[in-house]
Design a protein around this ligand. Structure first.
Ligand code: PNS
Length: 171
């Protein structure tokens, strides 16, 4: 069976990577699809092309994983691709209510089945938004994201990282 792992991936974190790696061990093929989250409108750090580039690099070692993007409804994408299984990661109970609602709605409007994969507990508190906040102050996020994301964050917040390095040199 082939699955779709949709998300904003702005950028992909180690938690996402953990869920994706587990999914790639369960399903014959998994497509990671960058989609638009209306709740995060205008809040993206990385433009779509950069997110895709990061994803391609971060998933290059997983032979049964492909990267794609779509700008409409997830259920329309699923129909277009001939897929019915959606993979979503769960970090903590706090994710559950929102995910449950979307899973039910997607099933109602698109006849899809959502499979939840629990991220390892060490990633329970990692989110793209927290990672971006830490990186924006030049903080170390190398443990929380794959190398491709860390490099892209360093470029994006080059000034903050340079300032931080300057501070450290002074000490
Ligand atoms: O990583 P995210 O932001 O939690 O992913 C959410 C995403 C992008 C998968 C969700 O917002 C989505 O499916 N967007 C596509 C539009 C859609 O189908 N919306 C209806 C379900 S909320």
């Amino acid at each position: 069976m082939k699955a779709v792992f949709p998300g904003s991936f702005d950028p992909i974190t180690s938690g996402h990577m953990d869920v994706l790696t587990r999914a790639s061990g369960i399903f014959e093929q998994v497509t990671v699809t960058v989609m638009h989250n209306a709740r995060k409108q205008g809040k993206h750090l990385f433009p779509l092309e950069e997110r895709l580039e990061i994803l391609r690099e971060a998933t290059a070692h997983l032979p049964n994983v492909a990267v794609d993007s779509f700008s409409g409804l997830l259920v329309d994408y699923m129909r277009q691709q001939g897929r019915s299984i959606i993979v979503r990661g769960l970090r903590a109970v706090s994710d559950y209510e929102y995910e449950l609602q979307i899973a039910h709605l997607n099933r109602q409007i698109g006849d899809t089945e959502t499979v939840f994969i629990m991220a390892a507990t060490r990633w329970s508190f990692v989110s793209s938004s927290m990672v971006k906040e830490i990186a924006s102050y030049g903080g170390d996020v190398s443990e929380m994201v794959p190398r491709a994301s860390a490099q892209a964050l360093r470029l994006k917040f080059a000034e903050a990282y340079a300032a931080k390095a300057g501070d450290t040199e002074k000490i």
